[in-house]
Design a binder for this molecule. Sequence first.
Ligand code: LMR
Ligand code: SF4
Length: 512
Amino acid sequence: MNLEKLEQSIYDLVTETSTNLPKDVRRAIKKAKDAENAGTRAAMSLDTISTNIHMADDNISPICQDTGLPTFKLKTPVGVNQIEIKEVIKKAIARATADAKLRPNSVDSLTGANSGDNLGDGLPVMKFEQWENDFIEIKLILKGGGCENKNIQYSLPTELEGLGRAGRDLDGIRKCVLHSVFQAQGQGCAAGFIGVGIGGDRSSGYDLAKEQLFRHVDDTNPNPDLAKLEDYIIEKSNTLGIGTMGFGGEATLLGCKVGVMNRIPASFYVSVAYNCWAYRRMAIDVDATTGEISNWHYQDGEKISFKDEPQTEASKAPEKKVVELTAPISEEQIRSLNVGDVVKITGRMYTGRDAIHHHLMSHDAPVNLNGQIVYHCGPVMAKDENDNWTVKAAGPTTSIREEPYQGDIMKKFGIRAVMGKGGMGPKTLAALSEHGGVYLNAIGGAAQYYADCIKSVDGVDLMEFGIPEAMWHLSVEGFTAVVTMDSHGNSLHADVQKSSLDKLALNAERVF
Ligand SMILES: O=C(O)C[C@H](O)C(=O)O
Ligand code: SF4
């Protein structure tokens, strides 16, 4: 086989997957956008998301900065050398990372060291099967960490919040799957897609769930019971009112695919793989002799470009006031903000995520953070021809991971605003009241949209934590976010959690 050509084919697959959302996913997002009521936060978020999808395609840059844990599934003709293909995949991944099509995402679990090229023990994930065809099929999914963290596995029978007992039957499965959507709230960048695996053991159950994510959004399950379950889950999930980014709204779930396999008598697992709206999976067929791509999958139907999409009324006339914000921010200014206000930030912000929050608990900050804005973000960065850093993708990361630290760090350093996505919990909410702070929610996955608001990179600290985890000093213009937790004890996230639990509980009666 021509291995150079094969490397190029895999490089193209990686780039396409990271930058160009598949047609079926685009159509699902468009449908959600059309169904949303104009003037709501959800409609505004879907505007941003669709603009972002178009920008990523146009810039050939990552749709979301978290390009996930690259997972390849290959089927090769008998006799093809799989060891050679593995090496080629690694080369293509390293090159795509150097070209900023992927974020360097491979981290040593014990030392925290980032390998810088997306390689390392166990990465990328490559699963091979043989088949009787004479060509190679290569499927790739780039599933980000925020949605991966919202995967859940149920062991039946079990007791579920809001829904009661889930037994070992189709109705018990129904309850688990519905609950999985509820427990994700907006943290996996709703509106999402789920793959469900019924049966197997803890690992094969999750594999089956993830395999479902390669199905077409608009296919129909050949098993009539599962087809009914899939339709039911989409319909009921969209009555929970969680909505895009957990802001409330009509669209909570855009796709549900269920697979089943046998189990052993003592175990009954329902495994759910949650995928964000930035549902990046693609596949190619490759000629086993030339190494060239002979076919791209997921090409059926219309491609919604989202170019020149009419913006809904929301972005023209947001339902709440728009406040201009520039750091350093005073306590008085912060206390004047309320949940629902839209802020437009201009000036300095600092990125800080997992490693930095952990670090700041026991160290001084490398810069004066008094009155500043900390952005939970791990960007994709590249150096330009003059050796200056430029931002290639920079959406928010899930904030709840910083819950154990956030309040203490805000108080210790005088930080007035933290921005991320998915909201934070009671400990942070209490600290916001006590100290005078706000939580700002940016649109998860909108990495191109936000990168465009970043006008310069003025410095970087703690680079030893690697590119995604370093503290970047950013200068921004018109960076928009919504106040979802304020200094008066209000949290949109707590409200949505509570109201969606009430709605979930309406589905406790047997259906199947
Ligand atoms: O790691 C990131 O940048 C984001 C992550 O995918 C998340 O959703 O929290
Ligand atoms: S930030 Fe959101 S869109 Fe991006 S990978 Fe994480 S969950 Fe997905």
